[in-house]
Design a protein around this ligand. Structure first.
Ligand code: PMP
Ligand code: GLN
Length: 404
């Protein structure tokens, strides 16, 4: 039989699916894939349920129901002072994942170059490649994940069409500073390129750090596509409702990409998310502070286990360096080992790197879980590692495949 798509044939199943399946198999506490273990706000869920019953279940408008597009524009004005026209500047997608692809489709031609910042979310490189474009990847290094300005500047060239990056950043928990964003803005302007800003964790920042969209910087509105996700903002990751704010020049192209990907997104969920986005400031503050408390709980516990915990100022995630435990194997082996032997699952951070020379001693843990679940995970790790001193486990031979 003739080969099917060679690129898709060459990549593995996403690490999030692989590790969640392993967690189920071993009944371990899943601090791998980033999803909360509680429901989102009851009034938003109720609104979605009610909206199913009021007879508006046929195809909604392609770019999104008016009430959600209006709510996104109002949200962007309220939080960031952006002046967005809901009719010419907002597209609703089926999750930020679709939004990322739609934004890339909106600007890329085959042969264009895309600047990416590693560690990176695992759909970025596959989609860039499948569109016939070329990734130019710049690497941030732990523990501080500072922007390597020279390397970033060197990645931009005459073929660069767009930079795609994520702040607050998964898995590092880095929140880009205004100075770093200013540096990126200068490169975007100088090279006459666009920026796709994956801001799904925009409301999940801690320690008084504030998320700043690149789009708010001088001259950036015309060049940016800003992506949000109801999954993160309302702790409803299964809903897959995303939204893109873009200038009137780009927004129709994002909508046309969406037209050819999914065309529309479930109308009841859109209408419920519109209600959610209008929630008062206390909702947003409560979301961040509740996650911050759980970050602190998990960070303290993992440190007591003996892991070296890297600082995280946003997202659902903590990155840890497990080398102090003396584990004899790489991050993939470590995450498999703790799933099987300690009953706790994490994600190997090398899955967020494209190059084979990725660091191999970091594991990511999600803290978007109930405090008692985090406490139980820490207790299990302590029980397992206590008294063991150096762990002499050999790395497993069976490889786990990960995309990206
Ligand atoms: N970007 C990043 C950085 C993410 O971590 C996620 C996590 N799901 C997404 C995009 C996708 O969001 P969604 O579930 O809305 O598709
Ligand atoms: N964004 C989630 C994470 O980083 C996973 C999303 C997915 O499973 N595709 O854990």
């Amino acid at each position: 039989m003739r080969g099917a798509n060679s690129y898709l044939g060459s990549i593995g199943t996403t690490i999030f699916t692989v590790m969640s399946a392993l967690a189920v198999e071993h009944r371990s506490i899943n601090l791998g894939q980033g999803f909360p273990d509680t429901e989102g706000p009851a009034d938003v869920v109720r609104a979605a349920a009610d909206a199913l019953l009021d007879g508006r279940n046929q195809y909604p408008p392609m770019a999104g129901v008016p009430e959600l597009r209006q709510a996104v524009a109002a949200h962007d004005r309220r939080f960031y002072g952006l002046d967005v026209d809901w009719q010419t500047g907002v597209t609703v997608t089926s999750g930020a994942t679709e939004a990322i692809t739609a934004c890339l489709m909106a600007v890329l031609d085959p042969g264009d170059e895309v600047v990416l910042i590693e560690p990176l979310y695992d759909t970025y490189v596959p989609v860039v490649r499948m569109l016939g474009a070329i990734p130019r990847i710049v690497r941030l290094s732990p523990p501080h994940w500072d922007l390597p300005r020279e390397a970033l500047a060197a990645a931009f060239g005459p073929k660069t069409k767009v930079i795609l990056f994520n702040t607050p950043m998964n898995p590092s928990g880095k929140v880009f500073t205004t100075e770093e964003l200013g540096f990126i803005a200068e490169l975007v302007r100088r090279h006459d390129t666009y920026a796709i800003c994956d801001e799904v964790y925009e409301h999940l920042t801690f320690d008084g750090q504030r998320h700043v969209p690149l789009m708010t910087l001088p001259g950036m509105f015309e060049r940016c596509m800003r992506i949000g996700s109801a999954g993160k903002t309302f702790s409803l990751t299964g809903w897959k409702v995303g939204y893109v704010t873009a200038p009137p020049t780009l927004s129709p192209l994002v909508a046309k990409a969406h037209q050819n990907l999914t065309f529309t997104t479930a109308p009841n969920l859109q209408r419920a998310v519109a209600l959610g986005l209008a929630k008062d400031d206390s909702y947003y503050a409560g979301l961040a502070s509740s996650l911050e408390a759980r970050r602190d709980l998990l960070a303290a516990g993992l440190a007591e286990v003996g892991l070296s915990v890297l600082p995280t100022h946003g997202t659902y995630f903590i990155t840890t360096d497990f080398s102090p435990l003396g584990f004899n194997g790489d991050d993939v082996a470590f995450c498999r080992y703790i799933t099987e032997h300690a009953g706790v699952t994490g994600i190997p951070v090398s899955a967020f790197y494209e190059a084979p020379d990725a660091p191999r001693q970091f594991a990511r843990f999600a803290f978007c879980k109930r405090p008692e679940v985090l406490a139980e995970a820490v207790a299990r790790l302590k029980t397992h590692f206590r008294g063991q001193g150096v762990v002499r486990t050999q790395s497993t031979t069976e490889p786990l495949t990960a995309a990206g």
